[in-house]
Design a binder for this molecule. Sequence first.
Ligand code: MG
Ligand code: MG
Length: 632
Amino acid sequence: MKTSIATVSISGDLREKLAAIAAAGFDGVEIFENDFLAFDGTPADVGRMVRDHGLEITLFQPFRDFEGLPEPQRGRAFDRAERKFDLMQELGTDLMLVCSSVSPNALGGIDRAAADFRELGERAGRRGLRVGYEALAWGRYVNDHRDAWEVVRRADHPAIGIILDSFHTLSRGIDPKTICAIPGDKIMIVQLADAPRLEMDLLSWSRHYRNMPGQGDLPVTDFMRAVASTGYDGPLSLEIFNDQFRGGSPRTIAVDGHRSLVSLMDGVHRLEPSIAIDVPEMPDRVGVRGIEFAEFAADEREAAELGDLLKTMGFSPYAHHRSKDVTVWRQGGDGGINIVVNTEREGLAHSSYIVHGTNAYAIGLKVDDAAATSARARALGAEPFEQERGPGEMKIPAIRGVSGGVIYFTDGGDLSHVWEVEFETLPASGEKGAGLTGIDHIAQTMNYEEMLTWVLFYTAILKTRKSPMVDVVDPGGLVRSQVIEAEDGGRLRLTLNGAENRKTLAGHFLAESFGSSVQHIAFATDDIFATAQALKAKGFRPLAISPNYYDDLDARLALDGDLLKRLEAHDILYDRDANGEYFQLYSQNYGEGFFFEIVERRGGYAGYGAANAQFRIAAQHRGMRPAGMPKL
Ligand code: MG
Ligand code: MG
């Protein structure tokens, strides 16, 4: 499998782009004509630079408004093509993309277009060049790959073939199976892009919102299965026009792109085992059972404060590390909730504390096979994490996650004994818990630009799926939210929140904690009212919810008066969907906008109380230190 990416997909100048693309492991690049306009060298210089990075030029593009023209425009189009052929030869590439015409002068007609391509094929063939024809979704006469294929078939010239682009096919809802009727050796190159489902004109959708396969909502895997069935084994090239990517880090976007291609082809290979697909060996996506632990980095003073807060939620210190300043707080017994508090003066926990202040810098995921997860993550370009182990410490596979945090993987094997092997159990406190049974979800906050990176990261490595993106209204601006959930009933739910500015609670948290990621941890209870009662007895102070919320709730959902009173008495938020009910209770802010949440799901309620978010956020803003005020 040869991987390629169009230079337009990435930000930076041409040098930065090529360095990032090569470092991410691509084999080739598509060169856009615009790359020359901004570059102070000749086409030959560009070609040399590309090859110096160990890359090849897979495609030169675009050549527009070529086919179906009357004279004298037709003759001029051929002259234009000859000049581009000169340029391609200087550059050192043999394939040109011609996209279907949008010219008002074009006359249409399959045979007319085929005749034009036959002649273009003659001219290209004399120079040892090839031309691929791509149906733009908004082409004037040809806007469907089936028609482009008919043109190519009738042109019947060895230098002329078709170029497929997943966006143009899938955005129009064309069944990708129709690709199976095209012979693989007539496909010159395959371009890939995904996109979120949006209601807008095809051109704007394509120019601004394309994203990497797996980041959007289009059936790119079905498209690739059809392509694979043709026997095509040429380059797979990302062609992503996305405003966000143009402003993002070239390195990150290139790594995401490579990850998306490898993960896509690995998925196709598993669905179509009989088709030979040259894709790196790696384990399949791994099932995830739940969250084994969340680990905070803190100093001693703040660890004591955090401990006090944990106590008011019914946690007790359970064990202390045999050789490190690390304490595990537990509730719900074995298989319940483990909160690890790390006050070491060295290692990643300490550096994370120095940068971000007290923060949940690591999470441990319970997966079906920890070693396989880490192998797959590495094959997909994740950064492994390892630090020096003391005597008797276990090697727990780990990778770097959002904001330089760490994700550990444990499974049912030896790793399940980590609490006994590495830790010394403390005498039982005798304190009763508050009925918390597990971690319902963890919310990670990030800059909006990073969300697609992490959506792809989680879904490519673990058997998880993503929900559509939703907007959460914060008085300070919009926050985008997208959920990652275990696919097969596992207990993993991550809500990723993308902050666009620092006036939102999420943005404030991000700015003031210098980009830490876990903003809230939601614990599950089977009885929210009993838990609320127990919390009160332990001195827990919930986030105070405005009486207006309960008036609104009553108006919206017409709740039983008694239930409404109980909710209000305990500052509990309520939601319901077709399947069940949801109860939420929040802690006050801890530090710069971190908080805990306690939830009860009844029936099959599948959401996160989105309707309540604005009330919760308003209450949190009231309790927040105004931006710019010194810390007390
Ligand atoms: Mg294209
Ligand atoms: Mg939540």
